[in-house]
Ligand binder design. Structure first.
Ligand code: ATP
Ligand code: MG
Length: 244
């Protein structure tokens, strides 16, 4: 391709990842190939969440046993089992429809706090994605909408030891990575890392929302179950966009 790594710095490597072809006037035109998310990728993400929930079901239950009522693993498992069934013969025409279906199913099958919260989050995200293929930037906007829905419904703020402590940093990391020119796969990987760190960051916090808040200072020293399942959701997204 005639490009060599050197004085031009990292931009050369970036451009090499994209196609070059001759323009009308014979000059070289660089076409930036935009990453995108389509219906199949969105479905793969949700199926990956369902697998991760099954794999970590006992861990989620144990975390909730420590500071809640030991049902988070069962709640998430029931919800995503129903989501898998609902998506099976659902012909989604847009990325948003996959997420909206996921949210509606969670809302109708999971009680307690996490069902309505995750339900509202997926529905809010889905509502914004009205095309068959969406850009990473549009995905970030959808994730912002999901965060707003969780905040509106749960009234938690950062540091209250809830799912928001994983969700908000994940969305920020995703957005920042894209801003700095990262592709979809590495932005999603950054988001997954931030969600995981966010989940761990809940350990020393005292819960101020949900059932765990009834424990007061005794909630300190345990990782929040909802923040942990949110980290699973972002790990699944990173896996799905990386094609794993
Ligand atoms: N107001 C809230 N805002 C955001 N997240 C919340 C809120 N309340 C609870 N959560 C999240 O929900 C998780 C608990 O989900 P679970 O499926 O166990 O529902 P639950 O047992 O009904 O919850 P809870 O009894 O704590 O209300 C918590 O770990 C926390 O992350
Ligand atoms: Mg619970």
């Amino acid at each position: 391709m005639g490009c060599t790594r050197g004085d031009a710095g990292p931009a050369v490597g970036d451009l090499m990842a994209h196609h070059q072809f001759a323009g009308h006037d014979g000059g070289i035109v660089i076409r930036i190939e935009e990453d995108s998310v389509d219906v199949a990728m969105a479905s793969a993400w949700i199926r990956a969440v369902a697998s991760a929930v099954e794999e970590h079901r006992d861990q989620l239950t144990q975390l909730d046993a420590a500071i809640g009522d030991a049902d988070h693993g069962a709640n998430m498992s029931r919800g995503f089992t129903a989501v898998l069934a609902a998506l099976e013969d659902f012909q989604a025409g847009t990325v948003g429809e996959v997420l909206t279906k996921t949210g509606s199913t969670l809302m109708s099958t999971v009680g307690g706090a996490s069902g309505p919260l995750y339900g509202a989050a997926f529905r809010a995200a889905g509502k914004t994605l009205t095309d068959a293929t969406v850009t990473p930037r549009e995905l970030v906007e959808a994730l912002h909408a999901a965060t707003a829905a969780v905040t509106q419904l749960g009234a938690a703020t950062l540091g209250d030891k809830t799912m928001l402590d994983a969700l908000a940093p994940a969305v920020s990391a995703f957005e920042e990575a894209l801003f700095h020119g990262a592709d979809l796969a590495s932005a999603a990987a950054d988001a997954a890392k931030a969600a995981d760190e966010g989940a761990h960051s809940t350990i020393p916090l005292q819960a101020r929302k949900g059932r765990a808040s009834y424990l007061g200072p005794r909630s300190i020293g345990h990782q929040d179950p909802g923040a942990t399942s949110t980290a699973l959701i972002f790990a699944a997204l990173a896996g799905a966009v990386a094609g794993r």
